[in-house]
Design a protein around this ligand. Structure first.
Ligand SMILES: [Ca+2]
Ligand SMILES: [Ca+2]
Length: 365
């Protein structure tokens, strides 16, 4: 039923809008303590485990407070967002059809006018002039025919964007790709830990200064949001994955370019629960979702901000910032990257903090 209710929202409600000793050999990996496991899968970086300060003291990020300590085990992570070229390989191999490409079924949307039951996705379109920033419908709209193959609508293509991040992917599209690739989505804690690149409590993934020595470090939005993007960084929408300097772990675009799915459910108060329970180890997210701005709408956590982020409106290219969205809703600035455990089948000690409504079942995804 939960799934059914969520599916109903797709065409009508778009989202508001992280000593050297041989100690083991498993699944082909030789793990030397103090060294990364080998071999490192193609296109991935080894993120050594550790403890970090998660969240942000920024007054804009109330749902990212308090800053609290989290410990995560080591893992491999894609160096870049998943690209159109990689996603196309998956689609050609499997015949997979994304959520945005499927025609919504009338039985899933009782009462919906037939003309609204069309395949499509949510696309950013700049308004012609300045608009109040309290209504995102001024710049987001559901566009018939928009999908990963047609990011701005059915007339647009990805022919010259094969090295750009794939967009218009719903949560189930990302997990389908992950299953095919033998990887998984990161937890929110893994994603943020990786984004910080070994830095402690820094505002950005590279430090505390937005443009150190005048250097542009991420694909974000410059100009006047949302009507005028002067593309000071060279890109109005997506940039080829890996266009800006990597962070301390060798990861690209952990700030900006496109938002990225994590496996955690979103709750605005989750960090309060984690902080009160001591150091969280490999937290997997709350058991259920709650967003006070849209009660009853189940959402997953997005991380990293996008080419639309600006301090004028959304500064969530900062690693402590949190985004959110319904699992069945992809947009023109949302993609993903994946992680892989070092030892396949290894038991991961986890600390699931679930102080909330225990009667609500956790939705399997
Ligand atoms: Ca830009
Ligand atoms: Ca990104």
């Amino acid at each position: 039923m939960a799934k059914r209710m969520e599916r109903r929202k797709r065409p009508f409600l778009w989202p508001a809008l992280a000593g050297i000793a041989l100690v083991g050999m498993a699944a082909g990996y030789v793990w030397l303590e103090g060294q990364p496991p080998a071999p490192i899968p193609d296109g991935m970086a080894w993120i050594p485990g550790g403890t970090f300060w998660m969240g942000s003291d920024d007054p804009m990020f109330r749902d990212a407070q308090p800053v609290h300590q989290v410990e995560v085990d080591g893992f491999f992570m894609d160096r870049t967002e998943v690209t159109n070229e990689q996603f196309e390989r998956f689609v050609k191999a499997t015949g997979y059809v994304t959520v945005a490409e499927r025609v919504p079924r009338a039985e899933d949307y009782p009462g919906a006018p037939p003309e609204n039951l069309v395949a499509g996705s949510v696309v950013f379109t700049a308004p012609s002039g300045p608009v109040p920033l309290d209504n995102h419908f001024q710049w987001w709209s559901y566009v018939t025919g928009a999908s990963w193959r047609h990011p701005e609508g059915k007339e647009s293509t990805i022919d010259d964007k094969m090295n750009h991040p794939v967009v218009h992917v719903a949560y189930e599209d990302a997990t389908a790709f992950a299953t095919w690739a033998g990887k998984r989505l990161p937890t929110e804690a893994e994603w943020e830990y990786a984004a910080r690149g070994g830095l402690v409590k820094k505002a950005y993934t590279w430090g505390d200064e937005f443009e150190p020595d005048g250097k542009t470090m991420a694909n974000s939005f410059q100009g006047h949001f949302p009507d005028h993007n002067d593309a000071h960084d060279g890109f109005i929408t997506t940039a080829p994955a890996g266009s800006f300097p990597p962070n301390g772990f060798g990861l690209y675009d952990m700030a900006g370019n496109v938002w990225e799915w994590t496996s955690d459910w979103y709750r605005h108060d989750y960090f309060q629960a984690l902080a009160s329970a001591g150091v969280a180890r490999n937290p997997q997210g709350p058991r259920n979702s709650f967003d006070p701005s849209e009660p009853g709408v189940q959402k997953k956590v997005h991380k990293g901000g996008s080419y639309l982020c600006t301090d004028q409106y959304c500064a969530r290219y900062r690693p402590g910032g949190r985004g959110k969205g319904e699992p069945d809703t992809g947009t023109s600035h949302l993609g993903f990257r994946l992680v892989k455990d070092a030892q396949v089948g290894a038991h991961k000690q986890t600390k699931t903090v679930a102080p909330f409504d225990q009667t609500s079942p956790r939705r399997e995804t």
